[in-house]
Design a protein around this ligand. Structure first.
Ligand code: KIV
Ligand code: ZN
Length: 518
């Protein structure tokens, strides 16, 4: 379906997980992780992927360019501020896509106008010039008046008209600070469509933040008033309270098609898999009771509910777990299960591995099945989302770890293989994890600052695996790693060591460029 024919009942899904989501402090993703998420978004039927902010960094530029080259279906969009340099840089990155889009924005509310210190007329001129410039480069241009919901209505109409006349094809109306409410969100879109000349030539879009918990409701209200693009992120990832959650708007439109007769192109069965991957790579876990993708979203534990569910699932369920790609059987495999069964089970969970990845996962599955009686879906997902199989993870490897703690002072004796040579250190610390990390630092001195340390129980029970995520930052470089194990301290140490491996690779990759600059 083209964007023009989409205007009747088709709502375009514009995903900004890799731009607005990734912009959230601490949610930084590696280049490979961004490519993986973009591929999943493309495969699930998202219409437009906002892949990044190309002028923000070399890393963002490289990621947007590569995503543009690889995307098969989606329009690939990059963000740019309202100046020619930003827009040119954005175009250089997105132009590789079969269907590129430039997104340019400027803050139009009184508070935002004060920052560049532009008068209303000067800002109007800037909008005309920058949208015209973008349109001379690319046929598909989106323009956003940032903080639109706090912009004077007359001025908003005026600048939207200017952007349309200058060639914008999508007008996005951001509720930048999550301030609006459903009725107001609808009234604003309706007012713009009614009053602005040329409004019927463009697609109106809604971009809501969730500061008051109304982002999904505000987005759907905007659609009912005529918006035909929703900007959103997986798991609602984003700054502060986040953005509109993709899974919520997609499922709301699917389940309540009776009162909201709009459709999206998203394959809802792919929701759970991408939700898990975004949670894993961003280090932002999904809250248990989060709508659609939370661990408890389909759990019916109270006696009354279970009784009703057994008689007729529709008693308490408005959608089926399988609609969002959740497998209905959870107890899966044991130590006698073979490689083919593992491949089939992972496929059922939405994970397809290349042969070498499957071999690696199979070895780790067997080790896990030896330690743990029952291997659940979540155990398998933790296993495949673990970092550590890539060549960049080979330099330093945990060989042996003995930790004493409890009523004695914590102490760790650690043996690492460093470039093939085994070295051992003993260290103390404020607890077992601190002792292990101190032992690592003795063996591999580094300046990496621990920016994230997160422990997450994969399943219930005292024999559950823990997934530990670690993020290190050193001189603007970020390395994230994850490890899962039934021994939480070992998982933490392995994740820490892998993050150091990755930091060393990042350091080495940038060294020649830095030398050339110097
Ligand atoms: O929230 C916002 O205003 C934005 C714009 C850049 C579209 O993210
Ligand atoms: Zn935003």
């Amino acid at each position: 379906m083209t964007e023009a024919t989409a205007k009747k009942d088709r709502v375009l899904i514009f995903d900004t997980t890799l731009r607005d989501g990734e912009q959230s402090p601490g949610a930084t993703m590696s280049h490979a992780e961004k490519l993986e998420i973009a591929q999943l978004l493309d495969e699930m039927g998202v219409d437009i992927i906002e892949a990044g902010f190309p002028i923000a960094s070399e890393g963002d530029f490289a990621a947007v360019s590569e995503i543009a080259r690889r995307s098969k279906n989606a329009v690939i969009c990059g963000l740019s501020r309202a100046n020619e340099k930003d827009i040119d840089r954005c175009w250089q990155a997105v132009k590789h896509a079969a269907r590129p889009r430039i997104h340019t924005f400027i803050g139009t509310s009184p508070l935002h106008r004060a920052i560049p210190n532009l008068t209303m007329d000067q800002m109007a001129d800037r909008i005309h010039e920058t949208v015209t410039h973008a349109r001379n480069l690319c046929d598909n241009v989106q323009w956003s008046p940032m903080d639109a919901t706090r912009t004077e209505h007359d001025y908003l109409c005026r600048v939207v008209e200017i952007a349309i006349k200058a060639g914008a094809t999508t007008i996005n109306i951001p509720d930048t600070v999550g301030y609006t409410a459903p009725r107001e969100s609808a009234d604003l879109i309706r007012m713009l469509i009614e009053k602005v000349p040329g409004a019927d030539e463009v697609i109106f879009s809604t971009h809501c933040h969730n500061d008051l918990g109304m982002a999904t409701a505000n987005s759907l209200a905007a659609v009912e008033a005529g918006a035909r693009q929703i900007e959103c992120t997986i798991n609602g990832l984003g700054e502060r309270a986040g953005n509109t959650a993709l899974e919520e708007v997609v499922m709301a439109l699917k389940v309540r098609g009776d009162i909201m007769p709009f459709e999206t192109g998203v394959d809802s069965k792919k929701i759970m898999n991408i939700s898990r991957r975004v949670a894993a790579v961003s280090g932002f876990p999904v809250q248990y009771n989060k709508a659609i993708v939370g661990k408890n979203a389909f759990a019916h534990e109270s006696g009354i509910h279970q009784d009703g569910m057994l008689k007729n699932a529709e008693t308490f369920e408005i959608m089926r777990p399988s609609d969002v790609g959740l497998s209905e059987t959870n107890l899966v495999m044991g130590k006698h299960s073979g490689r083919a069964a593992l491949r089939a089970k992972l496929k059922d969970l939405g994970v397809e591995l290349a042969d070498n990845q499957l071999n690696d996962a199979f070895v780790r599955f067997k080790e896990l099945a030896d330690r743990k009686k029952e291997v659940y879906d979540d155990d398998l997902l933790a296993l495949v989302s673990e970092t550590g199989a890539g060549p960049e993870d080979d330099r330093i490897v945990v060989k042996d770890l003995v930790v004493t703690c409890g009523s004695q002072a914590p102490m760790a004796r650690l043996t690492l293989s460093i470039d093939g040579e085994e070295k051992t250190a003993t260290a103390t610390g404020d607890g077992p994890v601190d002792s292990c990390f101190n032992a690592v630092k003795q063996l591999v001195p580094h300046e990496g600052k621990l920016a994230l340390f997160q422990v997450h129980a994969v399943t219930e029970g005292t024999d559950a695996q823990a997934t530990v995520s670690v993020r290190l930052e050193e001189g603007g470089k970020i390395a994230t790693a994850r490890s899962s194990h039934t021994d939480t301290i070992l998982a933490a140490t392995k994740a820490y060591v892998q993050a150091i491996n990755r930091l060393m690779v990042r350091r080495e990759k940038t060294a020649p460029a830095a030398a050339a600059e110097g």
